[in-house]
Each structure stands twice: as structure tokens, then as C-alpha cells.
Design a protein around this ligand. Structure first.
Ligand SMILES: [Cu+2]
Length: 460
């Protein structure tokens, strides 16, 4: 059984952790409970109650799967099943996932652990689980038809292996993969170092990049889509449905990101530079790191980066592909910037009085507008900040760094108050006329001393 601390830890942020009693108490009495969480809010980290200690990860808008110890083996129970996932307020998708959610719960264990993972298939078709990046016996690798037979609907398979290295890994099906990944079946697998003093951090966030193609007003992803996805997600959530990454000032912070879409995502974080310290191949050696502000996450890859949270503020974190910070939109909208649509507007309004011409001065007005939307969709660009519309959707969130946030507190601290004199503001003084650079160049005169050949380089 799970101990009380695990249950409380996982439910502290408000959602109920309940066991799937139909599966644990009847046909499969020897299996560990299949915990499930229905809410889409970020759950507090699940601190280990037995075995080696570690700083648990926080899965953005997700949770960690509890385990039980059985004669020294850590046992988990994943249930592959259809789920309903709220992707943002106002939009729910009918997906496939694990234990009530897409993405599935994060599996956390420690280097040196032996894990036994029961996988029950409640999908209408067969499945498998591939443990992406882990070093394990060939027969445990989860490639349907190669490693072992696929898991038929209604059946439970058991995977068992030693965790021989620590790092950042994922799990996903290797059976009818195109469909099952497009439907949202994936999760994170974090293996903590055996030595808790190895690269310790105070906060350890993780999320998967995933994408769906769900027409506004419908619920099920189009599984044949290869490039034109319209919902770019972190952990099957889309902004403004993605929780902030809440950090206490001076924390050492790790952010682990995996990519299970079909394109790369340059994840950019404001306010800091950072270094990549881990890939899905393992920890990067200190001499192989360099500072960055954007890290490109390759398809099927993982990157973890770290920084010291010394700068207070609300810092954007987002994919830098501008189309990936948009929600469902039509890609066939023509560009109208600079076009005078007034004559056309008059003609259309004769037939449809509410018609509004869009996009002649850019598309920022989309962020403010409360246009009627079909049921079950999210506006293309949305979210409100303290000073106006944020005009973002998709793969976007905020890193909120504040003084004195408690160790296990991940609740939204609200908006950052900029200290006086540290915020851009309107200039109300005189604005000089524009000067052409060609004119300006003729007025540049050499500084005293520079013209002479031996005056310049001798300073200092
Ligand atoms: Cu992207």
C-alpha cells in the first residue's frame, strides 16, 4: 500500500488522489493500486518515504505516480486508458493516456533501484510501453513485435529492470505509435542520482512538449496530421492553461523538457542565462556546457537546464517558434497588413452588420477581442497580465521568482510588482525629429587624438 505521506503529498495541491478500485481490488488483487488523478493542476512533489532520499520533481500540470516496495523492488501500476483532459479552461479533449490523464503520471525512482511496472491495457486496441533512454534488457524495451508481444486490451504485462543510471527519460507506446502518440500517450521517467549530493537543486520542474490537431468545436485529435497541428502543448495543456513555474529567490532550479512532437522546439527563457546539464543520454560534463538563453529540444530528445534564481520577476518561458505560442487558428488566413478594407467592410456590413475587418494593422486586436467561439476551443492568443492582454497561447508560461517562497509551495504568487524606477513607461517629453543616418554621418567628427596614429592604442 502507499503510505500516508505519499497520498497527502500528492493531494496537497487540491486534487483528489483516488485508487482505481475496480482494477486493484478484484481481478488483480496482487497488483499495486493504480492511482489516478483527475485534476489538471500541478500537484505538489511526492517526497520519497522509503529508500534513498532525493529532491522530487514537479510535473507541470501533472503528478507523480506513487509506488510500493515489495521485497526491495519498487512497484508501479500504469493503466493505459481513454481519458478526458482539460487543455485549458473552456476546452476538454478526449485523449488516450495513463491513470486518468494525458500526459501520464511521472515515474520517479533512484539509480540502483529495481523497478517492476505493471501495465494494464484498458484501451480498445493493443499497446506497449517503451522506456525511452533507459538502459535495460532487450526484452523490456517495449517495442511491440520485437521486444515482446503487444499487450492486448484487458491484459496486464509486467516490466522489470534495474535502473543502472540516473537522468531524464520518458515513456510512450511502441505499438500503433502514430495513433497512440497523437492521442496523448506519454509520460516522464525521472531517475534520481544515488548520491543526493550529486548536482542537487531546490526545484526540479519537468514537462513534455506535445501537439494535437483538434478542430474548434470537436474533442478528438486528428491522428493523421503530420505538420499542421493547432494545439501546441506542455503536458497536454495550452496557455493560459499552463501553470507558472514558481521559484523562491536564490533557489537552484532545474527544468527538464522532453519533445514528443514531430518538430523541434527552441525553448527560450527570459531574464536568465542557463546551462544544459542533462540530456536523455545522461548528465553533461561541466567542461562540455556553455551558457544559453534558448535551448533547442530535438524531436524524441530531452534537455535539462539549470540556473540560480537570483533575478526576481515574472519571466516568460516559451517556444520561440511564433506559431507555437498560438492556440487553434486557421493557417489559411491571408495577410491584410496595409490593406484598406473599408470599401469591402461597407459591402459586407450591408449583409452582416456585425462584420469586423481583421488584421489590417497586425493581429494584436485578436488578443483583446471577445469574439464568440465555437464550443470547446480556446482563443488563438489570450491570457491577461496586469497591464493588458498577453497575446500568447500554446507553449508559453511564466517563471515567477519571488523572495521567501516556502520549499513545497508552488502556488501562483500573483503578478510581480516592479520596484520604482525599474519599469518601462511612456515618454512624455519632447521627441526629436527623425534624422537620416546619411546626414548624421557627415556630422561625425573624429575625436580629439584619434586621428593621430599613435594616440589611440596607448591608453591603459
Ligand atoms: Cu515550438
Amino acid at each position: 500500500m502507499f503510505n500516508r505521506r505519499q497520498i497527502i503529498g500528492a493531494s496537497a495541491a487540491g486534487a483528489a488522489l483516488v485508487s482505481s478500485s475496480a482494477w486493484s481490488k478484484t481481478a488483480n488483487t496482487s497488483l499495486p493500486d493504480a492511482a489516478l488523478v483527475a485534476a489538471a493542476q500541478t500537484q505538489a512533489p511526492l517526497h520519497p518515504s522509503t529508500g534513498p532520499d532525493y529532491q522530487p520533481v514537479v510535473t507541470l500540470n501533472g503528478w507523480t505516480l506513487p509506488f510500493r516496495m515489495n521485497n526491495g523492488v519498487k512497484e508501479f501500476h500504469l493503466v493505459a486508458e481513454p481519458v478526458e483532459r482539460e487543455m485549458a479552461e473552456g476546452m476538454t479533449a478526449y485523449l488516450w493516456g495513463y491513470n486518468g490523464q494525458s500526459i501520464g503520471p511521472t515515474i520517479e525512482a533512484v539509480e540502483g533501484d529495481r523497478v517492476r511496472i505493471f501495465v494494464t491495457n484498458k484501451l480498445p486496441e493493443h499497446t506497449t510501453v517503451h522506456w525511452h533512454g533507459l538502459i535495460l534488457p532487450s526484452g523490456m524495451d517495449g517495442v511491440g513485435g520485437v521486444s515482446h508481444p503487444q499487450i492486448k486490451p484487458g491484459k496486464t504485462f509486467v516490466y522489470e529492470f534495474d535502473l543502472v543510471k540516473s537522468g531524464t527519460f520518458m515513456y510512450h507506446p511502441h505499438a500503433d505509435e502514430m495513433v497512440q502518440m497523437a492521442m496523448g500517450m506519454m509520460g516522464l521517467f525521472i531517475v534520481h542520482p544515488k548520491d543526493p549530493a550529486f548536482m542537487p537543486v531546490d526545484r526540479d520542474f519537468c514537462f513534455l512538449l506535445n501537439a494535437f490537431d483538434i478542430e474548434p468545436g470537436s474533442y478528438v485529435p486528428k491522428i493523421m496530421t503530420m505538420t499542421d497541428f493547432n494545439l501546441w502543448c506542455w503536458n497536454s495543456r495550452t496557455f493560459p492553461g499552463i501553470d507558472p513555474l514558481v521559484v523562491s529567490k536564490n533557489d537552484r532550479v532545474r527544468v527538464r523538457v522532453g519533445n514528443l512532437t514531430m518538430t523541434n522546439h527552441p525553448v527560450h527563457m527570459h531574464g536568465y542565462d542557463f546551462e544544459v546539464t542533462c540530456t536523455d543520454g545522461g548528465w553533461t560534463r561541466p567542461e562540455a556546457r556553455w551558457p544559453e538563453v534558448t535551448v533547442d529540444i530535438p524531436v524524441g530528445g530531452m534537455r535539462a537546464y539549470e540556473f540560480d534564481a537570483v533575478h526576481e520577476g515574472d519571466w516568460a518561458i516559451h517556444c520561440h517558434k511564433a506559431h507555437h505560442t498560438m492556440n487553434a487558428m486557421g493557417h489559411d488566413v491571408p495577410t491584410f497588413i496595409g490593406v484598406d478594407k473599408s470599401a469591402l467592410t461597407r459591402k459586407i456590413r450591408a449583409l452582416q452588420p456585425e462584420y469586423m475587418p481583421m488584421g489590417t494593422a497586425g493581429m494584436a486586436d485578436m488578443g483583446e477581442m471577445e469574439m464568440p467561439l465555437p464550443d470547446n476551443t480556446v482563443p488563438m492568443m489570450t491570457g491577461w497580465g496586469p497591464y493588458g492582454p498577453i497575446e500568447m497561447g500554446g507553449m508559453f508560461s511564466l517563471v515567477k521568482v519571488r523572495e521567501g517562497i516556502d520549499a513545497d509551495d508552488y502556488s501562483d504568487p500573483g503578478w510581480y510588482e516592479n520596484p520604482p524606477g525599474t519599469q518601462a513607461h511612456e515618454w512624455t517629453g519632447e521627441v526629436p525629429e527623425a534624422t537620416s543616418m546619411a546626414d548624421a554621418a557627415t556630422r561625425i567628427t573624429p575625436r580629439a587624438g584619434r586621428a593621430s596614429s599613435d594616440a589611440g592604442p596607448k591608453q591603459g
